[in-house]
Design a protein around this ligand. Sequence first.
Ligand SMILES: NC(=O)c1ccc[n+]([C@@H]2O[C@H](COP(=O)([O-])OP(=O)(O)OC[C@H]3O[C@@H](n4cnc5c(N)ncnc54)[C@H](O)[C@@H]3O)[C@@H](O)[C@H]2O)c1
Length: 423
Amino acid sequence: MSSELIHRNQTRDQTTDSSSHRDNPLPRTRTNIINMLLNRVPFLLIGIAISTFFFHYLPSRSTLPQHHDSSSFVGTELTLPTRRVLLEEHGRDERKRRVPLAVGLKSKRQKRVLVTGGAGFVGSHLVDRLIERGDNVIVIDNYFTGRKENVVHHIGNPNFELIRHDVVEPILLEVDQIYHLACPASPVHYKFNPTNVVGTLNMLGLAKRVGARFLLTSTSEVYGDPLQHPQAETYWGNVNPIGVRSCYDEGKRVAETLAMDYHRGAGIEVRIARIFNTYGPRMCIDDGRVVSNFVAQALRKDPLTVYGDGKQTRSFQFVSDLVEGLMRLMEGEHVGPFNLGNPGEFTMLELAQVVQETIDPNAKIEFRANTEDDPHKRKPDISKAKELLGWQPSVSLREGLPLMVADFKQRLFGDGDKGAAAA
Ligand SMILES: NC(=O)c1ccc[n+]([C@@H]2O[C@H](COP(=O)([O-])OP(=O)(O)OC[C@H]3O[C@@H](n4cnc5c(N)ncnc54)[C@H](O)[C@@H]3O)[C@@H](O)[C@H]2O)c1
């Protein structure tokens, strides 16, 4: 454009003032050029300044993705969607690709923890411990088997958020750790709502997206009706893939597979806990799990129903021991799987006797036909958790049962809302 103007000016000069050109053409042209250059000096300087900015400042940022080192862009001012894309595309080493702290958090040491199923029995006790530790906790739960009452005592605490959400639908939350518990855990419920596979897939997707560490609460049911006793983590199990309990047993096995695939394939930090029978306050009262069944029956003066001959064995872990194990697993460096359970082994009849001793010595026992695919034996080998997590249960059945009984009494006969406080 400027050259065109110069050309036009020159042409006009040549046609309109040809006499002066003839007299002294050179000095006029030189003056024009000098004037023109002087007029453009400020623009030249601005251009140099802009190019200096681009070539010296911006390259230090734009090279980040090529180096696959996302840690260095974590603290920068990029917008969230941009950061997420960079995290997904370039952050293979997820330890370095945490999303930046939200503005509302108190300090860098405060962890953002998501607990799916946090309004349930185990989840709510875990939430208590995390809040006590000073973490920023988000619970998502669809209340299928959980209750708001289990976490109501945290409402109003700025470190606590409760979201009604079904994990079969994706959700985006920026967190550092995900404890994935959402899943109906008793036969009465899981037959109607098998959420293991889709829910786990969604939460693994979230972990991948935001670079969070992911802990799966799997189950001793992955061992099925075990042919090895006690069960070590190396045992692959004996599970009926098409039985009435399969949606739970096989669902958790698939969940473990998905977790390991995300770990190997996408570099997600995963932790796998295989939980054995756990009991304690806030358990669902009528969900068909054996300890809650016996306690509720004895309190209501109903006979204790024993399925089969009552010689099948289980081990019973108090909930505070489990929560300690889960937190150690999450904070430690080992993927697992880890058996978390109490190795004390009881037959169903022995358990019924402990319940009689604790609640009502006159409680009757009633035998019923056994349920399909009910495992004959169940006892964890916890050597691996002892050695690598420094964990072992400390609460015996005779110590833990009275704590649960007090909570059940209050919920059955007292003010139900206050039951949540008992722990
Ligand atoms: N308690 C045990 O003895 C035991 C043993 C082995 C494994 N586990 C596992 O531990 C976890 C917690 O078990 P629990 O005993 O606390 O059971 P729970 O039923 O009390 O808790 C499960 C929670 O998940 C919620 N939930 C279920 N489906 C959901 C969904 N689709 N979306 C969102 N929330 C959903 C429920 O409402 C409930 O609050 C489960 O994954 C279970 O499989 C428990």
